[in-house]
Design a protein around this ligand. Structure first.
Ligand code: SAM
Length: 323
């Protein structure tokens, strides 16, 4: 039973969970094995569920290039980590001038080896170290879920500031309804505390809340959650024991790197299929609260389940011009 109930999102902080982000992030995402990752990814990887983040980012770059013509594009990744996505951006178009910011110096060293033209150690909550209207595209992937609720709006406002008029944004964000308010943040056995410690996810929220944060400053071009849960990887399904012992035993019988790859490929295909169908049926903003009800209770419950996005969502935006 929870010992405390916190009402205010902004009260959910790393400090509350006794975690120092500067120490935690220094090595947590310093993955030296991702140097040059884009050159090693074959077609099976590029069709997998995990790769859909990169696929959608590249889709946004294609849109940008169509609009910008031959101009050299300036692109910024906030929370670039070791630069796995930067490596893909550079492989897509080596002429793009790519900037990165991360609070971990270990990550920044690796990101530079992954092709970033300029990558700096910086805490994004302190403001971004760039001038106004500089970037054609600012993107984040697996970043906002690591940002305390109280800092999110200021970071979004700063991303708006450094984006060119009419420029684009792409944000792949950890998404879901995490009950930070009913936990004991000091108890090492508390499941929410363990969740926060596992990957550093201090600020995960539903897509409707994410959209509400971006909407005042950015026009939402497209927003959708991943309909598959639990997701990203067959290992997630096994870890969560979501499909039960029988499934796990059956999987263990045929487990091998190739069968895992096949599973991830099929998960990717199903996720893409479901997303495409939902986008076709409901338009470009697959946000639970904005999708009209059909009046059929069962169907509405099914659609609602698909749109819960407990895992991940992707949002493409365009900078609004303010007066
Ligand atoms: C899950 S990793 C994602 C890295 C990269 N975007 C990727 O997907 O490969 C999250 C990154 O955000 C960085 N980070 C967290 N809080 C930050 C902050 N306030 N300012 C800058 N970087 C931050 C961490 O150091 C970490 O490298």
């Amino acid at each position: 039973m929870a010992e405390r109930s916190l009402q205010d999102k902004n009260g959910i902080t790393y400090e509350l969970f006794e975690l120092d982000p500067a120490v935690y992030y220094q090595e947590r995402y310093a993955h030296r094995d991702v140097v040059g990752i884009a050159d090693k990814e074959g077609s099976a990887v590029r069709s997998s569920l995990a790769y859909q983040k990169a696929r959608q980012l590249l889709e946004t770059l294609r849109l940008l290039k169509r609009e910008a013509g031959d101009r050299r594009l300036q692109v910024l990744e906030v929370g670039c980590g070791s630069g796995a996505f930067g490596s893909r951006v550079k492989r897509f178009d080596s002429h793009i001038q790519l900037f990165g910011v991360d609070m971990s110096s270990s990550c920044i060293e690796i990101a530079k080896r992954n092709g970033f033209d300029e990558a700096v150690v910086y805490d994004a909550a302190e403001g971004l170290p760039y001038g106004d209207d500089q970037f054609d595209l600012v993107y984040t992937i697996d970043f906002f879920g690591h940002i305390e609720f109280r800092s999110k709006d200021a970071i979004i406002a700063d991303i708006h500031r450094v984006t060119k008029p009419g420029g684009l944004g792409f944000h792949g964000i950890e998404t879901g309804a995490i009950d930070y308010w009913n936990c004991n943040p000091k108890d090492p056995n508390d499941p929410i505390r363990q969740y926060v410690y596992t990957e550093g996810h201090i600020g995960v929220e539903p897509l409707e809340d994410i959209a509400d944060r971006f909407s005042p400053l950015f026009e939402i071009i497209q927003a959708f959650p991943f309909p598959l849960r639990p997701l990203l990887h067959i290992q997630n399904i096994r870890n969560s024991r979501h499909w039960g012992d029988e499934f796990n035993d059956a999987f263990a019988e045929i487990d091998s790197p190739k069968s895992r790859m096949a599973a991830n490929l099929i998960l990717g295909w199903i996720n893409r299929y479901l997303t495409d169908q939902l986008l076709r049926a409901y338009g470009n903003q697959l946000i639970r609260t904005r999708v009209p009800k059909s009046g059929h209770q069962g169907l509405d419950r099914f659609i609602d389940t698909l749109l819960q996005g407990s895992g991940f969502s992707m949002t493409t935006v365009r900078k609004r011009m303010m007066d």
